[in-house]
Design a protein around this ligand. Sequence first.
Ligand SMILES: [Zn+2]
Length: 145
Amino acid sequence: MTRLYSAVFAVCCSTDSCACPMLRNCVQFNGKYGCDWCKQEGTVIKRGDGISRVYQPSLSHEPLELRDQTGFVQAALQASSENPISGVKGVSPLLFVPMFDIATGFVPDYLHCVLLGVVRMFANLIGTAKSTQWQTTTHPSVRSS
Ligand SMILES: [Zn+2]
């Protein structure tokens, strides 16, 4: 008789953008060092009627340094909510999940990052553009009913 052994590991986590920093015990995406993947402070820029923090390497004076599990754990052990280190505010229960890499294990939030980010920006650009900037037309394969 052959014995089979199985093991299940969490290798990835998909969450809402607002839930992610709570699970990781980190600064939210719009705060200093709020990027999930790098240690950039971020730059506040004017955007529309308000402001926004962006993590764009060309706007930063710091070299781009990606997060890793070892650095995340070191920061978590020394940080507190009042004194976050590189955006990490303390230890997260997810650090104790076997085989889960808290630094690289989270995926971008599709709703907020893609649909309400890039897709909304393009929709607004197309919808508010002057006819000299963009041209929209109906594809011949689309028939009106
Ligand atoms: Zn980043």
